[in-house]
Design a protein around this ligand. Structure first.
Ligand SMILES: *[C@@H]1O[C@H](CO)[C@@H](O)[C@H](O)[C@H]1NC(C)=O
Ligand SMILES: *[C@@H]1O[C@H](CO)[C@@H](O)[C@H](O)[C@H]1NC(C)=O
Ligand SMILES: [Cu+2]
Length: 358
């Protein structure tokens, strides 16, 4: 579809929308993926209206690249000029009450229940949902850990990682574990979206959760750990470059259930290596595919592979090193709707099931 007709169709659809809150038709989720006996449901945290963007998707296709390539670091986290931020404060009773979440994924819908996504101009910059209340760190990550600053990371989505569920229990069934919540558990959600449409859009943010009622198995910890401290990885316009962390030691024994890289556009892969009593490696590779505004737009990351085929045994003192690889020759930084370039990040989301209850 040509861009002009895309916009015409989009504005006709928007005219028919009214801005009522909380009204979203949610499709029924599929069957459970981790345990056949689990339940699966959609829970909405709210309806959000995004302002129209004067430059539309043209900005994503050809940003003016006005700022340098030294890496925007945390700018990418907190939002560039084009991102619109909302805060939500769901509690356990917004979700499944007293339950153990085995897997979760955020899905965004228009009020009629159709998916809002990058093809129709809605780009998920970040949705981070953190438990309020501290989660003792399982890795001594120094500055690179957001784990210290935030509670346990619940289901989230990033530029790249909305397409696969976060998994809190081993798929191979070797033990039971999950993200345990209670009705009074409080969360703080930061919802950062970009609207590449010229017209306002209303979307509904829903959590697709697979869970078991009650508390079962090991209570997981979930942290986002950076390969490049708070400043973000290096980038170079002319070639692919790696940024490698210093070694970070695990501070308690347990199992890694899931490791999944988080990159922004421009990134090609995240590498993790663990050595000590145990040794593992994980490559989480970016696939580019989706385009902003449909055909002909700039390619953005459509998938990050993850490592979760079986749990990895970890002993206290095992050491982890991470590398973030950015390749701007193959993939430009995301063009922001205000004509600039988006910042970069290089992190791993780690879901850890400690031996010791906490
Ligand atoms: C976006 O949703 C539409 C359905 O409304 C679908 O056809 C399209 O493939 C989706 N695009 C992406 C990138 O998921
Ligand atoms: C980055 O490091 C990984 C893992 O060691 C390696 O496979 C890759 O080739 C490196 N890339 C560059 C650009 O050096
Ligand atoms: Cu990010």
């Amino acid at each position: 579809m040509k861009y002009s007709s895309f916009l015409f169709a989009a504005s006709a659809a928007a005219a028919a929308l009214d801005m009522q809150q909380g009204a979203c038709k949610l499709p029924s989720p599929g069957s459970p993926q981790i345990r056949a006996t689990a339940q699966r449901k959609f829970y909405s945290v709210g309806t959000y209206t995004l302002k129209g963007n004067p430059n539309g998707a043209a900005a994503a296709a050809g940003g003016s690249h006005s700022h340098g390539g030294s890496g925007g670091g945390m700018g990418g986290m907190m939002g560039e000029g084009d991102a619109q931020s909302f805060a939500a404060s769901p509690s356990g009773s917004t979700f499944c009450g007293t339950c153990t979440v085995l897997a979760g994924q955020i899905k965004i819908f228009y009020p009629d229940g159709s998916p809002a996504n990058v093809s129709n101009g809605i780009y998920v910059h970040h949705i981070l949902t953190n438990g309020i209340g501290s989660q003792p760190a399982f890795v001594r990550s120094g500055l690179g850990g957001l784990s210290g600053a935030m509670g346990a990371g619940f289901v989230g989505a990033g530029d790249d990682n909305g397409n696969r569920p976060w998994v809190y229990a081993p798929k191979d069934g070797s033990f039971e574990s999950g993200f345990q919540i209670a009705p009074t558990t409080r969360f703080s959600a930061q919802i950062v979206l970009v609207n590449y449409n010229k017209v306002p859009k209303t979307v509904c943010v829903a959590y697709d959760l697979e869970f078991i009622p009650g508390h079962v198995g090991k209570k997981v910890k979930s942290s986002l750990i950076s390969a490049a401290g708070m400043t973000g990885p290096k980038v170079d316009r002319g070639r692919a470059v790696n940024t490698t962390s210093s070694p970070m030691a695990f501070s308690e024994p347990g199992y890694i259930i899931l490791a999944k890289g988080h990159l922004h556009d421009g990134g090609s892969a995240m590498y993790m290596r663990i050595s000590g009593k145990n040794s593992y490696s994980c490559v989480s590779r970016a696939t580019y595919g989706h385009t902003v505004g449909g055909e002909g737009g700039q390619a953005t990351i459509s998938d990050m592979s993850d490592c979760n085929s079986k749990p990895w045994r970890i002993e206290s003192g095992d050491s982890m090193t991470m590398t973030a690889e950015y390749d701007l020759k193959s993939h430009p930084l995301r063009g922001t709707a205000s004509g600039g370039e988006a910042g970069v990040m290089g992190m791993f989301r780690i879901i850890f099931a400690p031996d010791k209850a906490w």
